[in-house]
Design a protein around this ligand. Structure first.
Ligand SMILES: O=P(O)(O)OC[C@H]1O[C@H](O[C@H]2O[C@H](CO)[C@@H](O)[C@H](O)[C@H]2O)[C@H](O)[C@@H](O)[C@@H]1O
Length: 550
């Protein structure tokens, strides 16, 4: 298996990264054009969200042809040239594999609809229950029920996500064979990494039943058979190579399963994304609410995953941002008053934990949530479903828009802010999603703040490569119940790395335990300049600092 503990992954959302043909949608040529930027930042791998042929109902996660390039994003020539040029810059490509479901426009689903039994067996089709209710009472993760009528038959098909994303039946060996062919196709194209979309929900129970909670997750999440499928996927595809990096997106998973998915002895995946730490601002567990984030809970969850995965030989993908999440600095900091401090502190918190850091486009320059007031400024299908549901619940327009501004997936999908020209230098046309209002001050060319943040990321990446303790050190939290500071220590042999991250604007102090305070401390990096370690260590607004101790 590839050694990846020294690597950093950058996620580009192609649709919003850089448009070169003026159609308002980012493209592969745009990604290629920006490779020198990524190489300068120092990242090793570039994860691209889906760019395959798709009706784009869920921005490409509704794949209609797995081994194609949507003309919206470019051509085969553009793809080959991107791989070649990326390699010249020392960057490998990681592609997104959406293997839980296909678009209902996929040829397989269309043939199934036309009556071909072979393809009907590719999907999960069921009849109504005797009492006339849907095959199960499960909910779709995008709102509403998880079953829709299958053409003019008396059957219903399962869709855990959008109504146009039909779940594949992994219990059918022919389906698995088809999907292995897809992965092998891209391996032969020179791809060196895969991100597997919601891969832990592929193993639905054999007998589908109503869920006691009316939601249904336990009937398809982390079921025992998922591990068998992922092991088989590994053996039949990327496991045959020794330099491929894989990350599984694990919906509502547990540490116990996280270990199984990513412990190399089990030959499943290199690492996993888990999401519990990004639900600490969900009121009573409900996403479409607003609530100040629960800092102690954030630390508790990160700590649980750090310790648990380490003990079980698993490996975490480290992230606070992605294309589904609100911008972390808007969520956990104060980018208005402390733009550089907030962004660099959050970055350091993540980059020095045990695992592989992922940078989502724009976080390295301090991009924030936009301030779009009108529902028509949002494109995301989940957001529009939520808007309707919140209306039905009787919330006012203002209340709904406050929630949407804080939680919509479009908050992080606004176009990349390259410069202060029209549409932030993203496109010469009309962008598919509006650019955030603050692009004049937050953009890659802004020396004031954005460049400072970028340079800080650059240094964090460089340090990971220089210091084995960042790559391999054990993790231990300090004073986990501290109300404003997340402090932790990494240890490798007789060396320690002390990392102190202050999550609030009001000054606060932390007591450094004697056994650490008495060691020989060297300042490594911080966002408020070089400082000496003291046993009562006072921290300024959103300050972050790290010391090497010997
Ligand atoms: O919140 P969780 O239940 O833990 O799930 C994690 C994420 O899962 C979904 O994301 C991915 O699949 C979707 C369907 O293909 C796609 O729309 C999305 O862009 C993918 O990243 C879910 O949509 C996310 O909100 C969850 O964070």
């Amino acid at each position: 298996m590839a050694n990846f503990h020294d690597k950093v992954v950058y996620q580009a959302y192609p649709k919003s990264f850089k448009d070169t043909d003026g159609n308002g949608v980012g493209d592969l040529k745009g990604v290629k054009e920006k490779l020198p930027y990524l190489a300068d930042l120092g990242v090793d791998m570039l994860w691209l969200n889906p760019f395959y042929i798709s009706p784009q109902n869920d921005n490409g996660y509704d794949v209609a042809d797995y081994t194609s390039i949507d003309p919206l994003f470019g051509t085969w020539e553009d793809f080959d040239s991107l791989v070649e040029e990326a390699n010249k810059h020392g960057i490998d490509l990681m592609l997104d594999m959406v293997l839980n479901h296909t678009s209902t426009e996929h040829e397989w689903f269309q043939k199934a609809l036309a009556g071909e039994e072979k393809y009907q067996d590719y999907y999960i089709l069921r009849e109504l229950q005797e009492d006339g209710s849907l095959p199960t009472n499960w909910e779709s993760k995008f709102g509403g029920k998880a079953w829709s009528k299958f053409g003019d038959t008396d059957k219903y098909y399962l869709h855990l996500y959008d109504v146009t994303q039909a779940d594949l039946d992994w219990r059918n060996p022919e389906v698995r064979e088809e999907l292995y062919k897809v992965v092998n196709f891209w391996l032969e194209k020179g791809v060196k990494g895969f991100r597997f979309d919601v891969i832990n929900v592929i193993g639905k129970d054999e007998e589908l039943k109503d869920a006691d909670d009316g939601v249904g997750k336990s009937h398809y999440t982390d079921t025992p058979i998922v591990h068998e499928y992922i092991h088989e996927l590994n053996q039949r595809t990327y496991g045959q190579y020794d330099d491929i990096i894989t990350v599984g997106e694990m919906s509502s998973t547990t540490v116990e399963h996280g270990i199984k998915y990513s412990n190399p002895d089990r030959e499943e995946m290199s690492m996993i994304f888990s999401f519990h730490h990004l639900k600490v601002d969900y009121k009573e567990g409900e996403k479409w609410t607003t609530m100040p984030f629960d800092f102690l809970e954030l630390k508790r969850i990160l700590d649980e995953w750090q310790v648990g995965m380490d003990e079980g030989g698993g490996w975490n993908a480290l992230f606070l941002n992605n294309h589904d999440q609100p911008r972390a600095n808007s969520r956990f900091g104060d980018p208005e008053n402390y733009p550089v401090e907030t962004s660099t502190m959050l970055a350091q918190t993540i980059h020095f934990l045990r695992g592989t850091p992922y940078i989502y486009q724009g976080e390295e320059i301090g991009m924030t949530n936009p301030d779009f007031d009108d529902i028509d400024d949002y494109v995301d299908v989940e957001t529009h479903n939520a808007y309707k549901e919140l209306k039905e619940k009787g919330l006012s327009e203002d209340e709904i828009m406050d929630i949407i501004k804080a939680k919509s997936r479009d908050t992080s999908r606004t176009p990349m802010q390259w410069d202060d020209s029209k549409h932030a230098g993203f496109t010469d046309g009309e962008p598919w999603l509006k650019v955030a209002e603050n692009y004049k001050t937050i953009n890659t060319e802004n020396e004031e703040n954005s460049r400072k943040i970028y340079n800080y990321y650059k240094e964090l990446i460089r340090l990971r490569k220089e210091y084995p303790i960042i790559q391999e050190g054990d993790y231990e939290a300090l004073e986990l119940d501290h109300p404003s500071i997340f402090a932790y220590v990494r240890t490798l042999d007789n060396e320690k790395l002390l990392v102190l991250n202050h999550f609030y604007a009001e000054e606060d102090s932390i007591t450094i335990p004697d056994e650490l305070a008495e060691m020989n401390a060297t300042y490594l990096i911080g966002n408020s300049g070089e400082r000496q370690l003291e046993s009562s260590f006072k921290m300024g607004p959103y300050e972050t600092i790290a010391f090497l101790l010997k």
